[in-house]
Design a protein around this ligand. Structure first.
Ligand code: HEM
Ligand code: HEM
Length: 132
């Protein structure tokens, strides 16, 4: 397997684990409604990972993109990379300046990034009609 492929799947793992505090909470409340205390404890531990994994994601995304694409050009990966960059930058600014609007945008762009991952995997060349 090529290195860019390994890094591509590492990106998916980083997103799944990095966003785990949020979906583990929802899933825990749904499946184990009486185990709220345990769920909260686990979520608290997972939250510690959110920012460091977000920073790692940005680095691995850039290396994966560079190895897979070489020169920058229009591709589902490029679009996805821009969304991940904006998500991470918004998260970092929000951590400093606690403006609720920044957090809303962080969440929204994060969700759009995850949708773009699906496009990037199912139809990597979906933007070829633009790039020619
Ligand atoms: C969250 C961000 C990203 C994730 C999760 C991701 C994931 C993946 C995965 C799993 C593959 C398939 C590897 C394989 O088939 O063995 C892939 C392929 C690829 N990725 Fe990404 N990627 C991301 C960002 C990017 C970026 C930023 C770029 C370029 C700027 C990029 C460019 C490519 C290219 C060119 C391919 C090959 C597509 C093809 O087979 O036609 N990716 N990516
Ligand atoms: C360096 C990178 C990042 C920083 C500094 C950051 C910062 C934050 C902060 C401060 C919060 C508030 C809740 C908490 O502290 O746990 C948060 C929540 C959130 N982050 Fe990030 N984040 C980063 C990367 C990411 C990435 C890469 C994603 C997804 C692709 C993401 C998705 C989310 C989501 C969905 C929430 C909302 C959770 C909820 O609704 O309660 N973040 N982030």
């Amino acid at each position: 397997m090529m290195l860019y492929s390994i890094l591509g799947f590492a990106n998916i793992a980083l997103i799944i684990i990095g966003t785990s505090p949020f979906w583990v909470r929802s899933l825990g409340n749904l499946l184990f409604p009486k185990r709220n205390v345990q769920t909260n404890k686990l979520v608290k531990k997972l939250r510690v990972l959110h920012k460091p994994l977000g920073a790692c994601l940005l680095i691995v995304v850039i290396v994966h993109g560079y190895l897979a694409l070489g020169t920058p050009r229009i591709h589902t990966g490029t679009l996805l990379g821009i969304f991940v960059l904006v998500t991470v930058v918004l998260g970092a600014i929000f951590t400093k300046v606690k403006k609720p609007a920044l957090f809303k945008w962080h969440r929204l762009i994060a969700v759009l990034s995850v949708l773009l991952v699906i496009l990037h995997l199912l139809a990597p060349n979906a933007l070829r009609f633009i790039s020619g």
